[in-house]
Each structure stands twice: as structure tokens, then as C-alpha cells.
Design a protein around this ligand. Sequence first.
Ligand code: PLP
Length: 373
Amino acid sequence: MYIPYGKQSISEEDIQAVVDVLRSDYITTGPKVEEFEKKVADYVGAKYAVAIANGTAALHGACFAVGIKEGDEVITTPITFAASANCALYCGAKPVFADINPDTYNIDVCDLERKITDKTKAIVAVDYTGQPCELDEIRKVAEKYNLTVIEDGAHALGADYRGKKVGSISHMTTFSFHPVKHITTGEGGMITTDDESLYKRLLLFRSHGITRDNAMMTRNEGDWYYQQLALGYNYRITDIQCALGISQMNRLDAFIERRRKLVSRYNSAFKNVKGVKIPYMQEGCNSSWHLYVIQVEDRKDVFCKLRSAGIGVNVHYIPVYKHPYYEKNGYDKVVCTNAEEFYKHIISLPLYPDLTEEMQDYVIDKVIQFAGR
Ligand SMILES: *Cc1c(COP(=O)(O)O)cnc(C)c1O
């Protein structure tokens, strides 16, 4: 038996939705793309949504929409997947790392403000594990310095922050539909926004910078005519994927409910165990629980023992600037003390809707056996 840390849940309806598209006229750039966009936009409470090839392309698109370019700086957290910082590099800009808050594990708003220079253009705020950042405070800082907030909500589809859903709060919010995330399209992503001009830039970005929108073109030579207005990419998503996404969206609330149930079982099992620190839960937020991250004293030892016991634990994340690509490109002297201390102790335990209570009890037993003091 091997229990992974995360895994998709695919139902017969999900499969049927994909099969139906395969039998239809459009397998890409068809009606399922807009239907999926509308479904996510309505769910999170945003005006616009753009479905895209993956969560990384969503972040790249958000930077493109802001107009991030060479010489600019983008501030993010080191405790994230590399894509949250790479998106700045794709645009020729420099990612700058602000330390995490040791309580919430999200970007520390004071350090964020300290890292702002006259080159800073945007903040990539990551809702780590599904717990929203201090979004109101971040927005206040952004307004003070005229910055755009790009929220990396890859972990946080369905999370609430002070009564609002993630995806309706920041200038733009990006999502990922990789199989370990809340819903999956195989590969896929989405950007939500309330800003029409950002929305139009995102549409250009997704499809070669090309438009057929009369209002955007400099002239119109006839019904065949279109114009390339910017250097975009082919980052489109297929109708096959979007049909799966629509079907998965119908199950999202049930997925999150199941994740919350499993988290409360973990929390009550570990709360009195010395040697196991359970995740912090911020007031006013309702995490959607992409990851369940505990802290232990001897991480390497506990990690190896859990892996040998058939439990696919993981570490989220190695501080981004510690990767050799970053080290050799000028980040070798960067130190974020809280992030580095946090990294030393973290382990992500299995958490996904189809994890059974029997499997979870096995994980709990082994964690207490290997990490308990
Ligand atoms: C998964 C993830 C991404 C990237 O999404 P992909 O769909 O895999 O490209 C970006 N940021 C974070 C925090 C993620 O967890």
C-alpha cells in the first residue's frame, strides 16, 4: 500500500463529461471554455475569468497583464512553488523575496513593505496551504505604493477571507487545476479579475496577442480580419479539459468539506502530541486546505520513516531562492530567517477527498510513533 500526499478524485460523471465533448464538434476553443470560466467566476464572485493551460501560465499571464518588464521587481514569498517567482523572470523582471510570518506561514506584510523599492510593480501573494494571506493589509500596502496584487490562489480555491471568496479580492487571482489541487482538469489554470482592461490583456496573452475585437483593432479590412496587438502565446486550454473542470466544480464544495473533516481529525489526533506541531488557523479565514503541514523536530528522520511505511509525505516547500538556478543568478546571499527555520521542520501529510479514515488512522499512528516525544 502507498498513500500519496495528494490525488485527484474522478467520478463516472466526470468521465462522461469528457466523453461527451469528444463526441461533439469542438474539442478546443469551443463552448466548454466559456462555460467553465463562467462557473468559476460565479463561484468565487469575480466579474471575469480566463481559463488557461496551467497555473504557471496563469501567473505568467497576470504579470503580462500588469505590463511587468525588464528592470521591474515583483515581491513574493520563498515558501511557495517556484512558479510564483518564475513568472516575474519570464517577463524579464526580478523576483524579490519577503520573509514569511512565523505564525501564518504566509508572506509577512511588514517585511513585504520593507522590500518595496521604486522598481516594485507587483506583489505575488500566495495563499499557502489554502489559508488566505492578510489580503486587506496587503491591498493597503499595494495602494500606498501603487502596486498590483497578484494572488497565487493555487492552494485556495474555495477558501474564504473575511466573508469573501478567494478570487474576488485581489486585482487578479490565479488558480491551478493540477491533479493534486482542489479540482483538476489534468493540467489547467484560471485567472479571475474584476478589471476589464486586465481581462482583455489576459485574453490577448492566452492566444498569440491576437484579437478579432473591432474595438481593439487599429483598422478592420473585412470579416476575415484579425490583428496581433502584442506578443502573446498559445496557452489555450481544451474543451476536453474544461468539460472535466465544469464537472469537478459541481463537486468542489463536497471536496472541501471532506478536506476540512480530515483536517479536524488530524488536528484532534495530534493536538496533545509533544513533538508534532499542528498548522496555525487564522481567525476570520476559512482555509480550503490544499495541504496539511505539520512541524516536527527531526524532519529528515520522520520523513524517511514515513516514506518507508508507505506514506507519500512531501515537503512544501524548499525556499525558492535556495534552488541552484536562483543561487547562481544572484540569490546566493538572500536570507529569510523565518522561511529557513520553517523549512527545516515541515512535512505535508496525505490530504485528499478519497483518503479514507482507515488510511488516515494509519498515517496518524505512524506520525505519532515516529515524531511523538
Ligand atoms: C501548483 C502551483 C502552481 C503552478 O500550477 P501548475 O498548474 O502546476 O502550473 C503555482 N503556484 C503554486 C503555489 C502551486 O501550488
